[in-house]
Write a protein that binds this ligand. Structure first.
Ligand code: MGD
Ligand code: MGD
Ligand code: SF4
Ligand code: MO
Length: 711
């Protein structure tokens, strides 16, 4: 019998698409976008459109497995390296190991490692957190992605709210700033196309000529890591030429005089030297942005993957506050919308359990520095690593150090996965994980304001278990008798919705199950401005303008051009530009090329790269793109094998001499290590250095040299 189940895509992507799964006789036979989802409107990205290939891939992990051969890449011989065991055996072995480690070294010798495999509220962070808190394990600082930008944004606005995607149809000037919309946030694109049909201009600021840049009205290639200088110079022009909104600034901001003095030090001529964008273009950009209204900025996390990433985001976040574009439908800025959901995460995660285990908070280990943690952390050293929702042997910087740590024979590693990844190459135990077809969850978003329940469509394949079920079972094996480890999925969803956040008022699981998606309740939320929709709105809702009347969640209640909090943390309280240490303007010597270790347009970080039907959409994964000037200077021609190297490592790739990057910049995509000749991916070159704010990763400030490869 055929039926259709409503689900929501949980991948680490702003769009959180509404999905319809057709099931015929227990088997999923079709996936399509839910046409009734107001934002994602019935289409899926190319990779998830092929999701049946993922769910029913012959390469799925379907049973618990125990290693029977030494750690290391095993190619296709997975079944010679791992032997099938029962769940009972697996759980016993893990529980016994953990008990021994705790007896010998204390629980902080155990480290969980998870990130964005699923962003479902339950399978992303709930039962797992309860388990590791109750265990007293080291806490993982999960900052590999977005924290510099978040802290930078919040230093101005106090909360991560942004322009709704639906409102971009009203914009007349759109800046895609470090934002590959067409690749990474494709459901915003139709709104931008509509706006352009009505005369809007799309400007792209990106060091790499992305798909989005190719489609722009005006493409401004910028030197990596120099965005704060550009934003400061724009503010210089806007303030000098009196193009700012004096009324908005006086009512809703603090620190304007400090900002004015600071921006004064960044005339376009100075910023041009850092950014590589001419002073005339900077002036034109500033004038157009301030006067062609409404103007909106879609800024994405590419801006903050460098040492000064927090400051860069802070500088850009000031722009709409200066020109008052938060007041306009189709104005403002979007980095993320996630701050609006305010689910009851403490009920889901229960951090108080840590107190019970240790009587104090457990030590914190930063996930970006996994290599160092595995190799050099002491008191106690890490004895066990539990990986789920992540593939650190591919996505973590300083890959060679990560692998050196993962190879330690005395390290006990468990990996809960859907596939045999680069990381399972080093696992002692591999556990089979469900996909979102096989479990239920609650789904928020970071690119729109709709909450969804994602229903279970099919039975788990083989002996797969969801993250929630796995950690519930493991808690039982460890003898944890707290009631919270027996809580059902539905009860956890109910708890997540029991929040003091007024925007969740009246939203229940039962309603979500019936209505599939519900827009957050802006009408009752105190201070959320209600403005009448105009004729170009695609839906009958009232546009949400988060900061039209101030309502900033900073300590001062205003947009902070001056931040006492930053000052307390030893940072510039206003805003400033410092070039990344590892850049042509920085202190590194001998490694003259700036590397962008980018995301593939058709994969999702390392996910999907192993599926042949998806991989074929991303040809020539082993390319290093470079400018003809840099290639010629090194005797390199298009198609040559080259070696890219720096003090952390080296990788052999194929030169692709094209116009994607400017002189001084090279680019390559993130792939699985095992698909790269030599067995290490582009992260052999990236570093563990953390950002100025938020302790995030600096994937995009890396210097390398490139030469012809001679075998
Ligand atoms: N197709 C696809 N979609 C994805 C992902 C994926 O891997 N593939 N990943 C998902 C994840 S985890 C995230 S966090 C989001 C994030 O998505 P984005 O933040 O959009 O991702 P990035 O590709 O890191 O960066 C965006 C752009 O910033 C540019 N950039 C790099 N450095 C600089 C700089 O210094 N200044 C400026 N102005 N631009 C710079 C890059 O060239 C890139 O085109 O996307 C999600 N969606
Ligand atoms: N060079 C370079 N490196 C990068 C980046 C870059 O731009 N360049 N981007 C960085 C960024 S922004 C991010 S967010 C990180 C992402 O790093 P990760 O969060 O590790 O992302 P993925 O590579 O998607 O790996 C997620 C894994 O989780 C598994 N998984 C999916 N669902 C489930 C589930 O329900 N349960 C379990 N147990 N497993 C599941 C998937 O099969 C997949 O192998 O990568 C970072 N690394
Ligand atoms: S990965 Fe993003 S665009 Fe693709 S289906 Fe999932 S939420 Fe939608
Ligand atoms: Mo990310």
């Amino acid at each position: 019998m055929k039926r259709v189940v409503h689900a929501a895509c949980p991948h680490d992507c702003p769009d959180a698409c509404g999905v319809l799964i057709t099931i015929d006789d227990g088997r999923a036979t079709r996936i399509q976008g839910d046409p009734e989802h107001p934002v994602t409107r019935g289409f899926l990205c190319a990779k998830v459109a092929k999701y049946l290939d993922r769910v029913y891939s012959p390469d799925r992990v379907l049973y618990p497995m125990r290693r029977v051969a030494p750690k290391g890449p095993c190619g296709a011989a997975v079944h010679e390296v791992f032997a099938r065991i029962t769940w009972d055996e697996a759980l016993d072995e893990i529980a016994n190991k953990f008990k021994n480690i705790i007896a010998g070294h204390g629980p902080e010798a155990i480290l969980p490692y998870s990130y964005g495999g699923t962003l479902g509220a339950l399978n992303g962070a709930s039962m797992d957190r309860r388990f590791f808190y109750r265990l007293g394990a080291s806490q993982l600082e999960r900052t590999i992605c977005s924290d510099a930008g978040e802290v930078g944004m919040e230093s101005v606005t106090g909360i991560k709210l942004g322009t709704e995607p639906e409102q971009f149809v009203h914009s007349r000037y759109i800046i895609a700033w470090a934002s590959n919309i067409h690749g990474n946030n494709v459901h915003l694109w139709p709104y931008i196309e509509t706006a352009r049909r009505h005369g809007a201009k799309l400007v792209v600021i990106d060091p790499y000529r992305t798909r989005t840049a190719k489609l722009a009205d005006w493409y401004l290639p910028i030197n990596p890591g120099t965005d704060a200088a550009l934003a400061l110079a724009m503010m210089h022009v806007i303030i000098r030429e009196n193009l700012f909104d004096a009324d908005y600034v006086s009512h809703y901001t603090v620190g304007f005089e400090d900002l004015k003095a600071r921006a004064d030090q960044y005339p376009p001529e100075i910023a041009a030297r850092w950014t590589g964008i001419s002073a005339d273009d900077i002036r034109k950009l500033a004038r157009e942005y301030a006067t062609v209204r409404p103007s909106a900025i879609r800024v994405n996390y590419g801006i903050q993957r460098n040492d000064g990433g927090g400051m860069a985001m802070r500088a850009v976040a000031m722009l709409p506050c200066l020109i008052g574009s938060w007041k306009e439908i189709g104005g403002g800025l979007q980095l993320s919308t996630s701050g609006a959901f305010g689910l009851n995460t403490s009920a889901l995660r229960m951090p108080e359990l840590m107190q019970k285990a240790l009587g104090r908070p457990a030590r914190i280990v930063n996930m970006v520095q996994l290599g160092s943690a595995l190799n050099s952390l002491s008191s106690p050293p890490i004895q066990a690593l539990f990986v789920y929702n992540s593939n650190p042997a591919a996505v973590c910087p300083n890959h060679n150090e990560v692998v050196r740590g993962l190879k330690r024979p005395d390290l006990f590693t468990v990996v809960h996965e859907q596939f045999f990844t680069d990381t399972t190459d080093y696992a002692d135990i591999v556990l089979p994980a469900t996909t979102f077809f096989e479990h239920k969850d609650l789904q928020a978003a970071y690119g729109h304001y709709y909450l969804q329940v994602s229903n279970q469509a099919i039975d788990p394949l083989g002996e797969c278990r969801s993250n929630v079920d796995l950690f519930r079972a493991l808690a039982g094996r460890m003898g944890f008798d707290e009631e919270c480890f027996r809580e059902t999925v539905d009860s956890m969803i109910d708890q997540a919705l029991q929040s003091t956040n007024p925007r969740l008022h009246g939203i229940t699981r039962v309603r979500l199950e019936r209505e599939h998606r519900i827009r957050l309740n802006f009408a009752v939320a105190a201070g959320d401005a209600a403005v009448r929709p105009t004729e170009r709105s695609s839906e009958p809702t009232t546009p949400f303008l988060p900061f039209a009347q101030g309502n900033f969640l900073t300590p001062s209640g205003k947009a902070e051009f001056y931040s006492e909090t930053l000052k307390t943390n030893g940072l510039d309280p206003v805003v400033s530009f410092t070039p990344p240490a590892e850049s042509r303007h920085g202190s590194t010597t001998g490694f003259p090329l700036e590397l962008l270790a980018r995301k593939p347009d058709n994969h999702l970080n390392s996910s999907f790269a192993n599926l042949p039907s998806v991989r074929e959409m991303e040809p020539r994964m082993g390319d290093l793109e470079m400018h003809p000037t840099d290639a010629t200077a090194r005797g390199i021609r298009d198609g040559d094998r080259i070696r890219a190297f720096n003090p952390r490592g080296e990788i052999v790739l194929q030169a692709c001499v094209n116009g994607s990057v400017r002189p001084g910049v090279v680019a390559a995509r993130l792939d699985w290590a095992r698909f790269t000749p030599g067995g290490g991916n582009i992260n052999v070159l990236t570093s563990e250095k953390l950002t100025d704010m938020g302790n995030a990763a600096t994937f995009y400030s890396v210097c390398v040299e490139v030469e012809l490869f001679r075998a």
